[in-house]
Design a protein around this ligand. Structure first.
Ligand SMILES: [Cu+2]
Length: 336
C-alpha cells in the first residue's frame, strides 16, 4: 500500500468513526438523557453545560484561527513583542478571566441546588444488591414501601434520603438529577422538583457488583391528584386473590417460603430481605427495570432468577411442580 492509499483509508476510517459517534449520541433516549432536563435543578445544570459547550466552541474557533494565521497566512517569523502579548493575553489573562467567571457561576448555583427548604414530600431510597428499596413517608403515619419505582407530583419539591446497607451505589435519574452516592452508614440528601409529567428512567451510576447494569428504576412524574390517588392505593393492604389459580398461587407462595424474604401487607408474608410485593402487579417493571410486568414475566423470573440476574439474592424456584409457577405468577399479577 502506498502512503497516499494509507492516508485515504485512514481518513475514511476516522470519518466513519466520527459519524457513528454522532449517530450513537443522538440515539440517546429522552427519558434517560441529562440533555432533556425535566426538573428545576437539572435545567440549571443543563444551562451550565450548554454555556460551557458554547464557550468551548468559541475558544476552539479562536485557537484554530490563530493556528491558521501562524502556519498558513503568515508563516514567517513573528516579532518577540507581539508573540509575548499573545502568550500573556491568551495564555494567562484569558483563562484566568474565563475560569473565574465559571467558578463564580458554579458557586452561585450550589446553594440553590443543595437547598432542602420548603419540602413537600419525603422519600427514602436504599440501594440494594441489585434493586432499589423505596419508602414513602405518608402524612397518615405508616410508611409505604415499594421497589424500583418512584412516582412524583409535578411542581412539588421531593426530598430523597439516600442510603445503602452494604456497598456503594449512586442514585441517578439523568433528566431529573442525582448522581448522588449511596454510602453505607451515611445518609445523603437530594431535592428534586420536576417541571414536566412523564416517565423517566434511573440507573445506578457506581459499579456495585456483578448485576450493577441490571438495577434500573422507573420514575413517573404525575399530576398531584393522580399522585395522591396512587399513594393512597399503595398504602392499602394487598387485595385477596380473585381467581381460583391465584388462590392456589397464594397457597404456593406461602408454602414455599417466599414470605421469608417478601412482605405482602395483609398476609402473613412479612420478610424484608427482598422487595415488598404488596402491589407488585401494578408496577412499571419487574426485577429492577429488566422485565415487563405480566404473568409470563413473573413465571420466568421465579423459575430462572439467577439466569436473568447473575448473583441475585433470590434462589431460583425452577424445581417446583410445573403448575405452581404459573399459579404464583397469576397471584402476583393480581396484586394490583
Ligand atoms: Cu448499584
Amino acid at each position: 500500500m502506498t502512503w497516499r492509499e494509507k492516508d485515504r483509508w485512514q481518513r475514511l476510517f476516522s470519518t466513519g468513526a466520527a459519524l457513528s459517534i454522532l449517530l450513537f449520541s443522538t440515539g440517546c433516549e429522552r427519558r434517560q438523557s441529562a440533555l432533556h432536563p425535566a426538573s428545576v435543578n437539572a435545567e440549571r445544570i443543563a444551562d451550565l453545560f450548554w454555556w460551557m459547550v458554547g464557550g468551548g466552541l468559541i475558544i476552539w474557533a479562536v485557537v484554530m484561527a490563530i493556528a491558521f494565521f501562524a502556519t498558513r497566512a503568515h508563516p514567517e517569523a513573528h516579532g518577540v513583542r507581539s508573540a509575548r502579548w499573545l502568550i500573556l493575553g491568551g495564555g494567562v489573562a484569558f483563562p484566568v478571566v474565563v475560569l473565574t467567571g465559571l467558578l463564580i457561576y458554579g458557586l452561585m448555583l450550589m446553594p440553590q441546588l443543595s437547598s432542602t427548604a420548603d419540602i413537600d414530600l419525603e422519600i427514602d431510597v436504599a440501594g440494594e444488591q441489585w434493586w432499589w428499596r423505596v419508602t414513602y413517608q405518608t402524612a397518615a403515619g405508616e410508611p409505604v414501601e415499594l421497589a424500583n419505582e418512584i412516582r412524583l407530583p409535578v411542581g412539588q419539591r421531593a426530598l430523597f434520603r439516600l442510603t445503602s446497607p452494604d456497598v456503594i451505589h449512586s442514585f441517578w435519574i439523568p433528566p431529573l438529577g442525582g448522581k448522588v452516592d449511596m454510602i453505607p452508614g451515611r445518609t445523603n440528601t437530594l431535592v428534586l422538583e420536576p417541571t414536566q409529567t412523564g416517565t423517566f428512567r434511573g440507573a445506578c451510576a457506581e459499579y456495585c457488583g456483578s448485576s450493577h447494569a441490571l438495577m434500573k428504576f422507573e420514575v413517573m412524574v404525575m399530576e398531584p391528584d393522580a399522585f395522591a390517588d396512587w399513594l393512597n392505593r399503595q398504602a392499602q393492604p394487598a387485595q385477596p386473590p380473585q381467581s381460583e389459580s391465584a388462590r392456589q398461587g397464594q397457597t404456593a407462595f406461602l408454602a414455599n417460603g417466599c414470605g421469608a424474604c417478601h412482605t405482602v401487607r395483609g398476609t402473613e408474608a412479612n420478610g424484608t430481605l427482598g422487595p415488598d410485593l404488596t402491589h407488585v402487579g401494578s408496577r412499571l417493571s419487574l426485577g429492577a427495570g429488566i422485565l415487563p410486568v405480566d404473568p409470563e414475566a413473573f413465571t420466568r423470573w421465579i423459575g430462572h432468577t439467577g439466569a436473568i440476574k447473575p448473583d441475585v439474592k433470590m434462589p431460583s424456584f425452577g424445581m417446583l411442580p410445573e403448575d405452581q409457577l404459573p399459579a404464583m405468577a397469576q397471584y402476583l399479577s393480581e396484586l394490583q
